[in-house]
Design a protein around this ligand. Sequence first.
Ligand SMILES: Cc1ncc(COP(=O)(O)OP(=O)(O)O)c(N)n1
Ligand SMILES: Cc1nc(C(=O)O)sc1CCOP(=O)(O)O
Ligand SMILES: [Mg+2]
Length: 304
Amino acid sequence: MKKLDFGLYVITGENYHPGRTLEEVMREALHGGADIVQLRHKTAKKDELLEKARLLRRLTREYGVPFIVNDDPELALEAEADGVHLGQEDGGWREARERLGPDAIIGISTHSLEQALAAEDAGADYIGVGPVFPTETKPGRPAVTLEYVRQASRHVRIPWVAIGGIGPHNAQQVLGAGATRLCAVSAIVGSASPAQACRELKAMIAAARGRRNGQAYEAGRELAAARAAGETNGWAAAAVDIVLNGGPHRTAAGTLERLVEERGLSGRRIVAEADGQIVPREEWSRCRLRRGMAVELVHFVGGG
Ligand SMILES: Cc1ncc(COP(=O)(O)OP(=O)(O)O)c(N)n1
Ligand SMILES: Cc1nc(C(=O)O)sc1CCOP(=O)(O)O
Ligand SMILES: [Mg+2]
């Protein structure tokens, strides 16, 4: 069965980061924990779109997360994306499924419960629920408000993601209304630190999921379950070459937490750094190892 397991969905929006490249910004978002990425660009020409799609395909493979193309199933095929996202006005849902096949991820935007149920029937793998709040990214589209989020949480059976005007400043309201997945453009790619914006949103999602399960959130638990299935985040963790304590090291650990285990250092007093930044222990399970990452594991030996 197709696995679709994500908390934070990040969509590109190049108008929000003048002076910074798509690669730079999306790499930061992936570094901060984006679980799924969509290429959305409403004005670029075909060749330019293909170039962007190929870039994002390469980056998302590096981080082991799915890659979705907005609006265009043919571009999705050409760029070897994992799927396509289509809106109510885009139509062509069934044709997209025929063209991309049963394993492709097909997402559909919905703005009411009626549309959500129709998208489920049409075989969507996930739906967008929004815009929850008014947003400059989709001007003129009326907000569906938290009321539709509450309805989705009660009635939608397939994965659904809240979208529209969402950022760290208001995510709590959306999660409180029952969302367990969030999607954002401007709050992430327009932020001074896309990685930090992602980390904040991921921490809020994790906490909300933990509260929903009626237990304190234990960061390692989700990963342990995924690991038992031989996967990370539902997607195979590929081996990457990192720089560990100054030397080359190839690992399929996937995350900092697993790397610590792999080195036989679990339970020891460790300070971990990734690319020069100290990573707090509670974030190790969410810190994905990527090619070329410089990791320092400093192990304190007992004594005074
Ligand atoms: C995850 C997600 N949800 C909603 C949309 C919006 O799709 P659509 O309504 O087709 O609008 P455009 O993005 O094409 O302007 C989306 N792209 N992704
Ligand atoms: C592209 C899009 N689709 C929406 C929908 O509700 O279908 S809301 C939206 C814009 C999301 O961008 P931001 O995070 O900047 O508000
Ligand atoms: Mg569309």
